[in-house]
Design a protein around this ligand. Structure first.
Ligand code: CTP
Ligand code: MG
Length: 251
C-alpha cells in the first residue's frame, strides 16, 4: 500500500491572490481537488494525507467533501501543517499508515501530474528506496559568486530540474526527517534529506507539463496545458468504494 502526502499549507505569496493558491480554480475546479483526482486514479494509493494551513483545515475538508459529490477520491484525511514545507511534510508523515511500504510526497500546487508518472515513481522507489520525478534541464545553468560572477558551468547533461512526486520507503523517509531535525537541516526538497543519509535516490522522467503553479502567469499556462491533458474519464471515473475515515464521515 502507498500513502501520498500533499503539503498544502503554504500561503501562496507569489501568487498575490490574497488566499492560499491551492484553493484557486483551474478550469472550474480547485487546484487541490485536481491534484487529488490525479492520484485517485492510481489504484495502489491507499490514503491521501492533505496537510492544510493552520485554520484552513475545515475549509479543505469542505472543499474535498463537495468535490466528492462528483467522484470519490482515495481515502483521505486532513492534518495541520507547519511554518516550513518540510515541517508540513513531517506532520503528514507522522500520521501515515505504518502499513504503507512507500510514501509519496507531492506538492498540492502541481495539479498536472500524470498518473503514469506517479506509477513509475512508486515502482522505482520500491526498487531503489527513493525515486523522484524530474526533467532534464533545458537551459545551461551557471554557478555564480556573491558578485554575480560566474564561477562554473556544470555539464548540462548531468543537470535535472526536480519536481514531485518524490517517493521513498516509509522507514527511510522517517529516518531522513529525524536526522534533518536533529541536525537543524532544512532542505529544499524531500530527497535532499534522504541524500544526507547516504541512501540512493533515482531520478524518474516526470513531465514538462508538471509545473508548480506559483505565479499568476502559471495559472494561464496551466489552463492552456490542461486543454491538451488526458481527462480522468479515460482512465475510469475515480473510485466507487467509500472514502477513508474523514472521507466517509464527511461524504
Ligand atoms: N507548503 C506547505 N507548508 C509550508 C509551505 C509550503 O505545505 N509551510 C506547500 C505549499 O502549499 C505548496 C508546496 O508546499 O503546495 C510548494 O510550496 P510553494 O510552491 O512555495 O507554495 P507556497 O509556499 O504556498 O507559495 P509562496 O512560496 O509563493 O508563498
Ligand atoms: Mg513557499
Amino acid at each position: 500500500m502507498v500513502s501520498a502526502i500533499f503539503p498544502a499549507a503554504g500561503q501562496g505569496r507569489r501568487m498575490h491572490a490574497g488566499c492560499n493558491k491551492v484553493f484557486l480554480e483551474l478550469a472550474g475546479e480547485p487546484i487541490l481537488v485536481r491534484t487529488l483526482r490525479q492520484f485517485s486514479q492510481v489504484k495502489e494509493i491507499g490514503e491521501l494525507i492533505v496537510v492544510a494551513g493552520a485554520g484552513e483545515e475545515d475549509d479543505v475538508r469542505a472543499m474535498l467533501t463537495n468535490a466528492e459529490a462528483r467522484a470519490r477520491f482515495a481515502p483521505w484525511r486532513v492534518v495541520t501543517g507547519g511554518s516550513e514545507r518540510q515541517y508540513s511534510v513531517w506532520n503528514g508523515l507522522k500520521v501515515s499508515s505504518p502499513g504503507a511500504d512507500v510514501v509519496l510526497v507531492h506538492d498540492a500546487a502541481r495539479p498536472l501530474i500524470r498518473p503514469e508518472v506517479i506509477e513509475h515513481v512508486i515502482a522505482r522507489a520500491r526498487c531503489t528506496g527513493g525515486a523522484i520525478a524530474a526533467m532534464p534541464s533545458k537551459d545551461t545553468v551557471k554557478v555564480v559568486d556573491a558578485q554575480n560572477c560566474v564561477t562554473a558551468t556544470p555539464d548540462r547533461r548531468t543537470l535535472w530540474c526536480v519536481q514531485t512526486p518524490q517517493g521513498f520507503r516509509r522507514d527511510l523517509l522517517i529516518a531522513a526527517n529525524e536526522k534533518a531535525m536533529a541536525d537543524h537541516f532544512l532542505g529544499t526538497d524531500d530527497a535532499s534529506l534522504v541524500e544526507r543519509l547516504g541512501a540512493p535516490v533515482e531520478v524518474v522522467e516526470g513531465g514538462y507539463e508538471n509545473i508548480k503553479v506559483t505565479t499568476p502567469g502559471d495559472l494561464i499556462i496551466a489552463e492552456a496545458l490542461l486543454s491538451s491533458f488526458q481527462p480522468p474519464s479515460q482512465r475510469g471515473e475515480g473510485r466507487t468504494a467509500a472514502g477513508g475515515v474523514e472521507g466517509s464521515r464527511n461524504a
